[in-house]
Design a protein around this ligand. Structure first.
Ligand code: ZN
Length: 229
């Protein structure tokens, strides 16, 4: 009896000192929830989570799986994702992505999971790459290996989200490259992960490089998308 009550006390104090918060609105919620019931109702789940193509997808990605439309409170979730305390939105979205990928049979085709790289400077500043965190959740859930050193992000002075659509294409071409000591991915089917897809320029460029390295095919997985079928 004493042990049980101590465990309960322990949980109570952890929750008291570090209250569990909703990954979208930051409201205090019970310890075993990720998103509160109000946010859950309002989240803009995509009716069709598979985007066959997007404007700037020059055919380098076979299919892209996305969970939410990038609007409403999903924007707050992504905003939190870029702040350490909100990484659970990545876990939450990553688990949905994994479910869709498994249910559609795509997971069976995947050999390797990877992610859109972040520049060293930005990663040092933030402390982590949220795309890597999402890829880690998905890789674990679909039981496939995560490969970290396939692509690199070369530091450029301009961030993608500050540019117009046509400028993003040019910037994406300049920003990414193949990692010098990358693993052999010849003949492998890759799942490329990121937090948000907007014009698709970044994912398309990364997929182009993976194909150049000998990958058989590239699929995409993102938490949010601005593109609709
Ligand atoms: Zn909430």
């Amino acid at each position: 009896m004493m042990i049980k009550s101590r465990i309960c006390n322990h949980r109570f104090w952890i929750d008291f000192v570090y209250p569990n918060r909703c990954a979208v609105c930051n409201k205090v919620i019970v310890w075993n929830e990720i998103v509160c019931s109000e946010c859950m109702q309002e989240l803009p789940f995509l009716e069709n989570p598979f985007l066959v193509s997007c404007k700037s997808n020059g055919g380098n990605l076979k299919k892209i799986c996305s969970v939410f439309e990038y609007k409403g409170n999903a924007i707050y979730g992504v905003y939190n994702l870029k702040d350490r305390k909100g990484l659970r939105f990545g876990e939450f979205g990553g688990e949905y992505c994994s479910k869709y990928i498994k249910d559609s049979g795509i997971a069976d085709m995947i050999d390797v999971v990877t992610f859109v790289p972040m520049s060293k400077k930005k990663k040092k500043k933030r402390g982590y790459n949220q795309a890597e965190k999402i890829a880690r959740v998905i890789a674990k859930s679909i039981d496939k290996p995560l490969m970290k050193n396939l692509l690199i992000h070369k530091s450029t002075s301009t961030e993608q989200h500050l540019l117009a659509a046509d400028e993003r294409l040019i910037n994406a071409k300049l920003s990414f490259d193949i990692c010098n000591d990358h693993a052999d991915i010849t003949g492998k089917t890759i799942l490329l992960c990121d937090d948000v897809i907007t014009t698709g320029a970044t994912m398309n460029k990364c997929a182009e490089l993976l194909l150049k390295m000998g990958a058989k095919a590239v699929f995409g997985a993102t938490i949010c998308s601005t593109e609709m079928n």
